[in-house]
Design a protein around this ligand. Structure first.
Ligand code: NAD
Length: 344
């Protein structure tokens, strides 16, 4: 297996393979860039089919964090941790403590936080060993509500750009995955009068949004065939792929999931189909923005900064329309410009 030549390796500064026999911890920490500051990005716990799949996921997520932090105007570089294993059965105190000790070896080059499969309670255990943890309860806490708020604002920017409408009332939106972020997003959308179509592999999560927000539940695979204005992927990445893209009947793709496009070319295909794509790492930056307020936390200040996602996305949409390049290419270009400017 090659590592340095992987497409996803893409200028990474450092990749650390962590192995702790006693606790059973197997983790990969990727630091893509520290050009703008310490690499900050969540830690995901997932049962990957192979080590290679875990590495590629971590590399792609880590590069995404560099771009996300740059586009959000934060003084952070990009990094990501993945812990290999089933988050429902393999979590132990020893495992998270071991992860914390590995963070200490990096001496602040990487600061971790929660992501899929990880809770603030897990991060509190990591914090008993390491200071390089953010998103702690009592400080900025669970980033999901602010991620959802940012996605909601981003959806409004997309609706304004695509339909010249300020309100989401009467808009039909499919939300794939109603977990931490998806649930709060559904609440914002419902409060503004949007009609919701939802899917999740977890029946209890579905029942909650059906009951609270009048959502209509559809099957895991049916979510792609819905006649909706907006498709909001809020589960896992790469759901815009060769199998799904021609099934989409929406005008906008805007959701919380990281790495929504299986490949960059799917951004071009969305554009050809007339579907406006809100680049994932721009629209889902609310959580990391919230984390940037970790010390002296103020929800009001964090929300004000998250509001900027609306303007950043509008700039991306308008530049894309003017230059004829895809929104994902424009976002990458703007992020690289910001990093270059800062490093110069
Ligand atoms: P979560 O694990 O709480 O929620 C994900 C939900 O998706 C779960 O309810 C799960 O059952 C469901 N799901 C899994 N596979 C599915 C499938 N095939 N079809 C439908 N539903 C499925 O995670 P989260 O924190 O809500 O994050 C959701 C997405 O947003 C992830 O891609 C994450 O990386 C991204 N994200 C989250 C944050 C944050 O602040 N939590 C920030 C930025 C990006």
């Amino acid at each position: 297996m090659t590592v340095f030549n992987l497409d996803a390796f893409n200028e990474h500064e450092q990749v650390v393979f962590c192995n702790d026999e006693k606790s059973g911890l197997k983790a990969i920490i990727c630091i893509h860039s520290t050009a703008l500051g310490p690499a900050v990005g969540g830690c995901r716990m997932w049962e990957y089919a192979s080590d290679e799949e875990a590495l590629i996921d971590a590399l792609r997520l880590s590069r995404g964090m560099t771009y996300k932090n740059a586009m959000a105007g934060l003084p952070f570089g990009g990094g990501k941790g993945v812990i290999l294993g089933d988050s429902k059965t393999m979590k132990t105190e020893q495992l998270f403590k071991a992860y914390g000790r590995f963070l200490n070896h990096l001496n602040g080059r990487y600061v971790t936080a929660e992501d899929v499969g990880i809770t603030t309670a897990d991060m509190a255990i990591v914090h008993t060993e390491s200071d390089y943890v953010a998103g702690l309860e009592g400080k900025s806490g669970d980033p999901s509500p602010l991620t959802a708020y940012g996605v909601y604002k981003g959806i409004k920017a997309a609706v304004q750009h695509k339909f010249a409408r300020d309100s989401l009332a009467g808009t039909t939106i499919s939300v794939q995955g109603v977990g931490h972020v998806g649930y709060y997003l559904c609440r914002y959308l419902h409060e503004e009068g949007a009609k919701l179509i939802v899917s999740d592999i977890n029946q209890a999560s579905i029942d909650k949004v059906v009951e609270e927000f009048n959502a209509i539940a559809v099957g895991i695979d049916e979510i792609y065939d819905q006649d909706v204005d907006i498709y909001a992927p809020c589960a896992l990445g790469a759901t815009i792929n060769d199998q799904t893209i021609n099934r989409l009947q929406c005008s906008i793709v805007a959701g919380a999931a990281n790495n929504q496009l299986a490949e960059d070319r799917h951004g071009t295909e969305l554009m050809k189909k007339g579907i406006l794509y809100a680049p994932d790492y721009v629209i889902n930056a609310g959580g990391i923005i919230n984390i940037s307020f970790e010390e002296n936390y103020s929800l009001e200040n964090a929300m004000k900064k998250v509001d900027e996602i609306y303007d950043t996305l509008t700039e991306v949409f308008e530049t894309s329309a003017r230059e004829g390049n895809t929104t994902n290419q424009i976002a990458d270009q703007l992020a690289r410009e910001r990093i270059d400017r800062a490093t110069r």
